[in-house]
Each structure stands twice: as structure tokens, then as C-alpha cells.
Design a protein around this ligand. Structure first.
Ligand SMILES: Nc1ncnc2c1ncn2[C@@H]1O[C@H](COP(=O)(O)OP(=O)(O)OP(=O)(O)O)[C@@H](O)[C@H]1O
Length: 251
């Protein structure tokens, strides 16, 4: 299986604080990888290094390598804009723009220079279908995105991310602000999306990781403790700290 991202000896400091220590991880293409671990262990920080979202944090220092298709994303010849097109992100709180549903999805493609109306229509429909939202909104495309429910808004944000045809989709606790039914819908959607995309998700919910992901990575105190196939990590973890965490001894 092809590794779409390869992270090696990655360290991140916030000022004096060593938040990520010597991380090493391969992310296979078209799989779902879940990051788990107690609050503050570095899951989100690690996720954000995968599309350079930490770059602008004052006092941040990053070393080591993060490769996307063999190319170091921190290398001098990587443009952040191009990187973010290939590695999209969905956040904890749905954050649609205060614009129409159509304009939310067309935002990225327009930014990348697509102006042709027919082409935009096609992209918007494809992306909304991809995010399992089309049937619900096809007659409301000019309505404000803010009129949608929280779960619909989150699927709209996924559609917005899909519109620029990324390779990798990062999801940072993307269901934690949603009700159980909307959460289930997004989990189903994520499983469908892996046919075409590689998904990396942070979740504070171990059950979600077990339900949805192919591989799980356990973090503790800025260390990557264990990464394995989800079934294996939850049934026969190698590290005692992983076992303590998944059996609920702490966290
Ligand atoms: N901008 C920042 N400046 C300084 N320290 C930070 C910053 N962002 C995060 N940290 C610290 O880095 C550590 C890791 O934080 P991070 O948000 O990555 O953890 P997490 O595992 O995602 O936690 P949670 O599940 O609570 O979101 C924490 O100790 C946090 O306080």
C-alpha cells in the first residue's frame, strides 16, 4: 500500500514547551487514521503540522520532516496554498462562511481561478453529493449556509473541502459539537470518502476511532506511543500505556 504521508523525527516546540517529540508515522493512502489520547497530549498539534496550520503560531519551532507524496511540505519549494489544496481541513465547530450554500462550496475553486458558471455548478453538485448533502439542499443553493442545522453545516464544510479535490482530509474532532444522529451521518460519510481520499481524524472518543478508522495512533504527553491497525490496537496493544488508556484506567 502506498504511503501518502510520511512523518519522520518530527519535533514541535511552543516556545520552551516540547509539544511533539520525535514523531514517526506513515499514513497509507485511502485509509482512515484516527488519533486518540488524553486532552493535551498533542493530537491536534500533530494534525495541524500535516498542512502547516501551526506555522503562524508565535514562538512555534518545527523540525524533522513531513512528506506528502515524497515531497517535504516544510521544504523551500512547497507553497502553503498548494499544500492546503491537497491537504484540506475540517474543524470542530462547523465554520461555514456567512454566504450562500453555493458560494461556500464554490469559494475554493473560485480562489483557484475557476470562473466558468457551468463548471462551478458541476463542482458544487459533485462536492455536495460527495458530502451526502445534495438531496437536502439542491433547492436551497442560494440560501444562507447559516440557515442549515449544525450537522448539515458540518457536511457543508466537508463539501467545501472536497471542492478543491484534495488528496488528504484532516478532521479535528469534527463531530464533537454535533448530536448523535448527525455524528453517525458524518461517520458513515467518512467511511464512504475513503474510497477517494485519505482521512486523518482527531477524536476524543475511542469508540468513534474503533467504529470508523482503519488505523489508530495513541498519543501521550507529546509522544506517539503506538500506531497500528485499529482492531489490533484495541484488542492487543503492545504498550502498557495504550492498554491502560483504552481500558479506561486514565484519560
Ligand atoms: N498555541 C499554543 N501555544 C502554546 N501551547 C500550546 C498551543 N497550542 C497547544 N499548546 C499546548 O500543547 C499541548 C498539546 O495541545 P493539543 O491541542 O495539540 O492537544 P490535544 O491532544 O489535541 O488536546 P485536546 O484533546 O484537549 O484538544 C498542550 O499542552 C497545549 O496546552
Amino acid at each position: 500500500m502506498k504511503q501518502i504521508m510520511e512523518i519522520d523525527r518530527l519535533n514541535l516546540h511552543y516556545g520552551e514547551f516540547h509539544a511533539l517529540k520525535e514523531m514517526k508515522l506513515d499514513i497509507p493512502e485511502r485509509t482512515i487514521t484516527a488519533f486518540i489520547g488524553p486532552s493535551g497530549c498533542g493530537k491536534s498539534t500533530f494534525l495541524r503540522t500535516l498542512n502547516r496550520m501551526n506555522d503562524l503560531v508565535p514562538g512555534v519551532r518545527i523540525d524533522g520532516s513531513v512528506k506528502l507524496d515524497g515531497q517535504d511540505i516544510y521544504g523551500a519549494d512547497t507553497e502553503v496554498e498548494t499544500l492546503r489544496k491537497r491537504v484540506g481541513m475540517v474543524f470542530q465547530q462547523p465554520n461555514p462562511f456567512p454566504k450562500s450554500i453555493f458560494d461556500n462550496v464554490a469559494y475554493g475553486p473560485r480562489l483557484h481561478g475557476i470562473r466558468d458558471k457551468a463548471r462551478l455548478n458541476e463542482i458544487v453538485e459533485r462536492s455536495l453529493r460527495g458530502a451526502s448533502l445534495w438531496e437536502e439542499v439542491k433547492d436551497l443553493l442560494n440560501k444562507s449556509a447559516l440557515s442549515l442545522s449544525g450537522g448539515q453545516q458540518q457536511r457543508l464544510c466537508i463539501a467545501r473541502a472536497l471542492a478543491v479535490e484534495p488528496d488528504v482530509l484532516l478532521m479535528d474532532e469534527a463531530t464533537s459539537a454535533l448530536d448523535p444522529l448527525s455524528t453517525l451521518k458524518i461517520e458513515e460519510l467518512v467511511r464512504e470518502l475513503k474510497q477517494d481520499y485519505t482521512i486523518v481524524m482527531v477524536t476524543h472518543n475511542m469508540h468513534q476511532a474503533a467504529r470508523v478508522s482503519d488505523r489508530t495512533v495513541f498519543f501521550l504527553n507529546g509522544e506517539l506511543v503506538e500506531a497500528d491497525e485499529t482492531e489490533k490496537l484495541f484488542s492487543t496493544p503492545v504498550d502498557a500505556r495504550t492498554e491502560d488508556y483504552i481500558t479506561g484506567r486514565f484519560g
